[in-house]
Design a protein around this ligand. Structure first.
Ligand SMILES: NC(=O)c1ccc[n+]([C@@H]2O[C@H](COP(=O)([O-])OP(=O)(O)OC[C@H]3O[C@@H](n4cnc5c(N)ncnc54)[C@H](OP(=O)(O)O)[C@@H]3O)[C@@H](O)[C@H]2O)c1
Length: 346
């Protein structure tokens, strides 16, 4: 599939390619690789309307049939969470590169287990692609290296409650609100938002960044732009009410409820602090519409694989040196990068 000067030939299949994240992936890649992008989803009608194919990531045989039918898929950009690592295995066994915006720690670990398969077929799977995980991983590596090897990393994510997050992303958030969490709240400054209280929340960085960087402890926290909604949400969690979200019926109800709340803005910020002894190095980014930036990070990652599919195997975003400057590359799209000094953002 690799040609002498023009990188990897073949098409880019984007399951979830007309969702909140996927539409940005499809549109950006279509600009860069006209005629080579195929969005997909379960609805035959919506897929056709977007010039794509019907594909279901919960149906491995059907997924294989789609790959056979298209015949020349070089990269799959997964913009919807599959139930397990089967779809990733199918891609890697065929030597198809994979970009995964998924944020489920268990699933990411399962795909990491496919490293040998990927190396054997000379394929690359890139995990932790997006904002959190994604930009958080890049900032964590930067802060970790600058502090001289962190003993602890704190990741804080602020999401805009006014953004129209996709249903799959809301489902993921609600499911993780129901999960048991350890750790304490943290008061911290986020660029453009001032000082906020962020609450422990199981972002996958907790596990992935600890593994890729070899940092003994990584903590992850979440808050919303609305102070009131943050207090209500985590107050409800403290009462045990949100544990109901683990059950299918109440879980669906809460997902639908959260999907309708649009009371804040669409700006987001993430902040990462690396600690060593008494030293602290912090970085943050801020932008508008995290779905759009997740899409841009995924598109840049796919473009990297199409130009130079390297390193082989299964890696997280921050393990690709050529993508370490992504925060700066996304500046024209409105992402601002901040070096943090003594808790303030400058
Ligand atoms: N890394 C990050 O920072 C980050 C940030 C945001 C979101 N995410 C992740 O991105 C994923 C997508 O989120 P989103 O907000 O874009 O969700 P979304 O708007 O609900 O989009 C999901 C898309 O996937 C399709 N889909 C649903 N189930 C499918 C299946 N079984 N097989 C194939 N296609 C399917 C849907 O179309 P049909 O209904 O027609 O199938 C829809 O187009 C989620 O897994 C979320 O956790 C990651």
């Amino acid at each position: 599939m690799t040609t002498a000067n023009s990188g990897v030939a073949g098409r880019i299949l984007v399951p979830g390619g007309y969702g909140a994240v996927g539409e940005g992936v499809t549109a950006t890649l279509e600009r860069w690789f006209p005629g080579r992008v195929v969005p997909g989803g379960r609805s035959a009608e919506r897929a056709r309307r977007h010039g794509g194919v019907q594909v279901d990531v919960t149906d491995p045989r059907g997924f294989e049939r789609v790959l056979d039918h298209l015949g020349d898929v070089a990269v799959v950009v997964l913009c919807v969470e599959p139930p397990d690592a089967t779809v990733a295995r199918i891609c890697l066994e065929r030597g198809i590169h994979l970009v995964d915006v998924g944020a489920d720690a268990g699933l990411l670990a399962a795909v990491e287990g496919l490293r040998e398969t990927a190396v054997r077929t000379r394929a690359t799977a890139v995990l932790s692609v997006g904002v959190a995980p994604g930009l958080t991983n890049l900032l964590a590596r930067r802060a970790h290296e600058e502090v001289g090897g962190a003993e602890r990393i704190d990741v804080t994510v602020l999401l805009g409650s006014g953004e129209r997050h996709g249903a799959d992303a809301v489902r993921w958030t609600v499911a993780h609100l129901a999960a048991p969490t350890a750790g304490r709240r943290l008061r911290t400054s986020l660029p453009g938002f001032g000082r906020r209280t962020a609450h422990p929340f199981p972002f996958s960085d907790q596990h992935a960044a600890a593994r890729t960087l070899g940092v003994p402890r990584v903590t992850t926290r979440l808050c919303l732009d609305s102070r009131l909604l943050t207090a209500l949400l985590f107050g409800a969690r403290a009462t045990g009410l949100l544990r109901l979200a683990a059950r299918p019926g109440p879980g669906r109800l809460l997902t639908s409820l959260f999907g309708r709340v649009h009371s804040g803005g669409d700006a987001f910020a993430v902040r990462v602090d690396a600690h060593r002894g008494g030293r602290r190095v912090g970085y943050a980014v801020r932008g508008h519409r995290q779905s759009r930036f997740t899409a841009l990070v995924a598109a840049h990652t796919a473009r990297h694989l199409l130009h130079a599919p390297w390193p082989l195997g299964v890696v997280h975003l921050d393990e690709i040196t050529e993508l370490s400057d992504l925060p700066a590359r996304l500046a024209p799209d409105g992402l601002t990068l901040h070096r943090l000094v003594d808790g303030a953002s400058r």
